[in-house]
Design a protein. Structure first.
Length: 218
């Protein structure tokens, strides 16, 4: 399996987890990867031939057991490398993704297990997302999105999707894990939430709020 195929499996896993749906719409996969519908369909057919996905045109796609195992392994490697790069090399929040992408594809199971132990067996990556165990078990992270918050709510950021443009955007606004975002309004045009953080007002579109997960402060 080549890197492009592994990236597809990983993205399918991410989308399925974040939407809590077994099947993923090909349009959502295309948007997440930035690929054309044609190239996505071609790759899904290839992955289907390898019994990595179950793909029915117009009905979405889901990972097979084999595909899920491969995706979880890639997720585990990616998130462990993010912890290492952040804790040991002090890379910035938004810079981790690209470097971890390079390393995850070239990491053996032996190195992965030793890295896990060396890091103190972390349960989450630097973005708050759960790190699968060696046998593929995954603890469910926060599932409530900022997009679901209502005016008057105080939303506590617990995890964010590992999406490079999103991380860069949040870093520039000093929004990190644990941030308290006061929802002060909702603009239906463009489906935008207006939030306050550290006396600053931000207008966040759904492409951002749907990728941020946490709790409502009670």
């Amino acid at each position: 399996m080549n890197r492009a195929e592994e990236d597809y499996l990983k993205q399918l896993y991410e989308l399925s987890t974040n939407t809590q749906s077994e099947r993923v719409k090909t349009a959502d996969l295309s948007t997440a990867l930035g690929h054309t519908a044609q190239s996505v369909n071609e790759m899904l057919k290839r992955l289907s031939d390898k019994n990595l996905v179950n793909y029915t045109p117009y009905h979405g796609v889901r990972l097979t057991k084999k595909g899920h195992q491969n995706a979880v392994r890639m997720i585990r490697a990616h998130r462990l490398w993010e912890v290492f790069l952040s804790d040991k090399l002090d890379l910035s929040w938004e810079a981790l993704h690209e470097e971890a992408e390079k390393l995850e594809h070239a990491t053996s199971e032996v190195v992965l297990d030793k890295l896990y132990t060396y890091l103190g067996k972390p349960k989450t990556c630097i973005h708050g997302n759960p790190i699968p165990t060696a046998d593929g078990q995954v603890v469910q992270g926060a599932t409530l999105t900022l997009a679901q918050a209502e005016p008057g709510d105080v939303f506590i950021v617990r995890r964010v999707q590992d999406h490079a443009p999103l991380l860069t955007y949040l870093q520039a606004r000093d929004i990190a894990l644990g941030a308290r975002l006061s929802v002060v309004g909702h603009e239906s045009l463009g489906d935008t939430l207006v939030v306050k953080h550290q006396n600053q007002t931000h207008r966040l579109g759904q492409s951002i709020t749907a990728r941020m997960f946490g709790d409502i402060e009670t």
